[in-house]
Design a protein. Structure first.
Length: 164
């Protein structure tokens, strides 16, 4: 049994902890150790997550199984195009993958985005991340590739879009 709820400032530490537990097994096969450490320290620094949650810069959802947080997602309107939303983060603990939790989180976000009147949801996925297949099954299509500098590293991504 699972539930999904909006995260609040008190959940920031939980999100940071989940990211630490998820990123290593997810990205170790495709990124260098130093890049993972840098990105976790930059994107998932506790003060960064706290600010994003507190200011509403990103809306965070927590997925709980038996009252235990096992996954999370974050999304917002695109700054460059408010008619399009962006899924910034979608992660589930490795032991929870394959249970449909990622799909459940996306469906919850899609419902919210549609309620705003927007009709597109974008996301970035590393070009070597196996999650790309799950996104394709959910109706996302690659619309372009981009290489985003993050400190001394690059995120080599596909940008995918789902028409709602």
């Amino acid at each position: 049994m699972y539930t999904i709820r909006q995260a609040n400032i008190n959940d920031a530490a939980t999100i940071v902890q989940l990211a630490q537990e998820i990123w290593w097994p997810t990205y170790s096969p495709i990124l260098e150790k130093e890049q993972i450490e840098y990105m976790l320290g930059t994107i998932y620094a506790p003060e960064v997550i706290e600010r994003q949650v507190e200011t509403g810069e990103q809306t965070f959802l927590l997925l709980l199984e038996d009252d235990q947080a096992v996954g999370f997602a974050a999304y917002s309107q695109r700054e460059d195009n408010p008619e399009v939303y962006k899924l910034h983060k979608l992660y589930c603990l490795p032991a929870m993958q394959g249970k449909g939790y990622g799909k459940a989180l996306i469906n919850k976000i899609v419902k919210h985005v549609k309620a705003t009147g927007a009709d597109k949801l974008d996301l970035n996925v590393n070009r070597h991340n196996k999650a790309k297949g799950m996104y394709e099954k959910m109706g996302f299509e690659v619309i372009y590739e981009e290489d985003i500098p993050i400190g001394p590293y690059f995120m080599n991504d596909y940008v995918m879009r789902k028409e709602l």
